[in-house]
Design a protein around this ligand. Structure first.
Ligand code: SF4
Length: 428
C-alpha cells in the first residue's frame, strides 16, 4: 500500500490499518504482567442515577450482551491466573451485586491477594439482607486458598440518594452495622463526590453517630466511638454518559480532572494509569510494572486509558498473552503507556481543538481516550504521530526496508498535521 501526504487521510481507516500491520518490531517487548484488573459483571443497574457516567439503568441500552455469563466468568478467572494482577476491582457501570453468584465465584476462586467490590449498596435495604450478603462474601473469601483481602466500597452521594430508585441512607447504616457485627475479615469504605453542597457523607456520619474527619484533599474518615474507622474517598463529578447533562450547571462545583490527578502524575502532564493500581481508598495510585486491564460486561477487554476504541479485544477470543500482543501492536498504546492520556489530548488538539476540549470537559479519565479517538481521521493521525514518536526515540527496529515507515519518518509533522486538518474540513 502506498500513501502520500495528501492521500494518507483520504481513507484514514486504511492508513491506520497499514501502520498497525507493518512488519516492524519494537525494542521494548509487551508487558505480560497484570496490575489492576477491573471486571464489570453487568451493564444493568437498578439505581439508575441521573449522573451515571456509564448511563446504567434497567434498560438494555447495549446491542450486545449486558452481562458476563458463567463461561465468561471462568475465562476471567483464567485470565487472572495468567496475568497475576495485584488487585481486582469488581465494579460498575452496572451494579455488580445484581450478579451476586458471579461476584461470589470470583471472590472464592480468583488467584489474587486483593479484591475490591464497588457497589451502590441498595442490597442492604434491610438489616437481614445486609447480614446475609456479607456472610456469603466472607464465606467465599474464606474458601479462597489465597485468603484475599476483600474490601467493599459503597458509593454515597446526592445522586445515589435521590436516584429514580434511590439508595436510602439507612442502607449504608445497615451495611455498616452488619459489617461491624458480621464483617469477619472484610474491609469497608465509602466513595463520595468532591461536589460543593453535597452533604451525603456528613449525613452518613451523623446517622452512624460518628465524626467526619478530613485527611487530605480527596480523603476523609468517619470515626465511630468503638474505634472503628471508615475511610471515605472522594472523586470528581464526571460529565460523561448521563452526567453530561450536569456540565454547565455543576462544573464550577467540582474539581477539574487535571487538578484532581495532579498528585499522581509521574512528571508534569504524565498520568500513567495504564500501569497503575488504583488504591484510592489507601490514598494512592502506584505502579507495579504491570498493565491495568478492564473487562467490560460484553466480554471486551482494553488497557485502561491506553487502548483505542477500535483496538479492543475479547475475553472469549483472546488469552491474556494474545490480548497484550494485540494491544502492543498499536503505536498509540505504546506511547500512551509511556506518556499517559494528556499526550493524546495535545496530539488531537493539533487537528481538532473542540474534540480535545470535549474530552477534558467530560472530567472523566475513563472515557478520555475513547472520546479523543472517536473520529477515524484523528485515530489515523494519532497513529502516525505515535509511530513518529517511537521512531524518534529509537524504539522501532527493522524498519529501514519498509517504505511506509521511511515515508512517515521523513514526513515533517507540519505536513502531516495539515493533511489531517484538510481531511477533517472535507468531512464537515
Ligand atoms: S452511578 Fe453506580 S449506582 Fe448509579 S446508576 Fe451508575 S452504576 Fe448504578
Amino acid at each position: 500500500m502506498v500513501f502520500s501526504t495528501s492521500s494518507a487521510f483520504e481513507n484514514p481507516a486504511l492508513f491506520r490499518r497499514a501502520i498497525l500491520d507493518l512488519p516492524i518490531t519494537y525494542s521494548e517487548g509487551p508487558v505480560y504482567k497484570g496490575a489492576h484488573f477491573y471486571i464489570q459483571l453487568t451493564g444493568i443497574c437498578d439505581v439508575a442515577c441521573s449522573h451515571c457516567m456509564y448511563s446504567s439503568d434497567q434498560s438494555q441500552r447495549h446491542s450486545g450482551p449486558m452481562r458476563l455469563d458463567d463461561a465468561d466468568v471462568e475465562l476471567a478467572l483464567r485470565y487472572v491466573a495468567e496475568s497475576s494482577p495485584n488487585k481486582i476491582s469488581i465494579s460498575g457501570g452496572g451494579e455488580p451485586f445484581l450478579e451476586l453468584k458471579h461476584l461470589l465465584r470470583i471472590v472464592e476462586a480468583a488467584q489474587c491477594q486483593y479484591i475490591e467490590l464497588i457497589t451502590a449498596a441498595n442490597w442492604a435495604r434491610s438489616q437481614d439482607s445486609a447480614k446475609s450478603i456479607l456472610l456469603k462474601i466472607s464465606d467465599a473469601a474464606r474458601s479462597n486458598p489465597r485468603s484475599p483481602e476483600v474490601m467493599i466500597r459503597a458509593s454515597i452521594d446526592l445522586f445515589h440518594l435521590t436516584a429514580p430508585n434511590p439508595v436510602p441512607l439507612q442502607a449504608y447504616v445497615n451495611l455498616t452495622h452488619a459489617w461491624i457485627e458480621h464483617g469477619d475479615s472484610l474491609q469497608l469504605g465509602f466513595r463520595g463526590l468532591l461536589l460543593e453542597g453535597d452533604r451525603s457523607v456528613d449525613l452518613l456520619a451523623d446517622a452512624l453517630g460518628g465524626i467526619l474527619e478530613p485527611q487530605d484533599s480527596w480523603n476523609k474518615v468517619i470515626r465511630l466511638s468503638n474505634d472503628v474507622i471508615l475511610p471515605v474517598t472522594l472523586n470528581v463529578l464526571r460529565f460523561s454518559g448521563k452526567g453530561e447533562q450536569y456540565r454547565s450547571e455543576m462544573a464550577h462545583r467540582t474539581m477539574a480532572l487535571r487538578q484532581y490527578f495532579a498528585a499522581f502524575e509521574e512528571a508534569p502532564n504524565r498520568l500513567l494509569l495504564g500501569r497503575a493500581i488504583n488504591d484510592a481508598i489507601k490514598r494512592t495510585y502506584y505502579s507495579v510494572g504491570g498493565i491495568s486491564i478492564t473487562l467490560d460486561f460484553d466480554g471486551s477487554l482494553y488497557i485502561f486509558t491506553a487502548t483505542a476504541p477500535d483496538r479492543r479485544c475479547n475475553i472469549r477470543t483472546h488469552t491474556f498473552r494474545e490480548s497484550v500482543d494485540w494491544f502492543y501492536r498499536d503505536p498509540i498504546t505504546r506511547v500512551l503507556m509511556a506518556e499517559g492520556p494528556y499526550w493524546l489530548c495535545e496530539v488531537v488538539r493539533d487537528i481538532d481543538n473542540s474534540l480535545a476540549d470535549r474530552a477534558i470537559q467530560a472530567n472523566d479519565v475513563c472515557s478520555m481516550v475513547d472520546t479523543l479517538l472517536s473520529d477515524e481521521v484523528g485515530r489515523a493521525f494519532a497513529t502516525a504521530v505515535a509511530l513518529k514518536t517511537l521512531l524518534s526515540r529509537g524504539e522501532v527496529t527493522g524498519f529501514e526496508q519498509v517504505r511506509l515507515v521511511a515515508a512517515i519518518n521523513e514526513l515533517p509533522m507540519a505536513a502531516l498535521k495539515e493533511s489531517a486538518i484538510e481531511a477533517f474540513k472535507k468531512k464537515t
